[in-house]
Write a protein that binds this ligand. Structure first.
Ligand SMILES: [Zn+2]
Length: 120
């Protein structure tokens, strides 16, 4: 069974950061829902983000949430405000600071291409 999340992850594997946009009210979201959380419309479509944004918050993970992430620690978890007006959570290069401009890359980890932001 194909899910909306599969389409998101297929984009990551192809080097595209995808988001959902409502054609009824214009709301945008990174979470792949079948409807718009702002107006309830089902007229939502996939769009490709430019992949650039600004760091809103940053934290360093030193204790892995699972064995699969243990080889990555320490790594940064960021909240990034994409230029499309969406805030998303993703991995980041170490040393990124709030307000810094960043661009998305993707790194293959445990079978998925995870978004990872680096300095622009
Ligand atoms: Zn809407």
């Amino acid at each position: 069974m194909t899910t909306l999340a599969d389409h998101y992850w297929a984009g990551c594997a192809a080097g595209e950061l995808r988001y959902r946009a409502c054609t009824a009210c214009g709301a945008r979201q990174t979470f792949p829902r079948a409807f718009c959380p702002a107006c309830g419309s089902e007229a939502v479509e996939w769009r490709r983000a430019a992949g650039t944004g600004t760091v809103h918050a940053a934290a360093i993970v030193t204790r892995a949430p699972s064995d699969a992430f243990r080889p990555l620690v320490p790594y940064a978890i960021l909240l990034v405000d994409l230029d499309e007006g969406i805030r998303m959570m993703a991995h980041g290069a170490p040393g990124l600071t709030i307000g810094q401009r960043v661009a998305v890359t993707f790194h293959l980890h445990d079978g998925r291409h995870l978004p990872r932001f680096v300095p622009l």
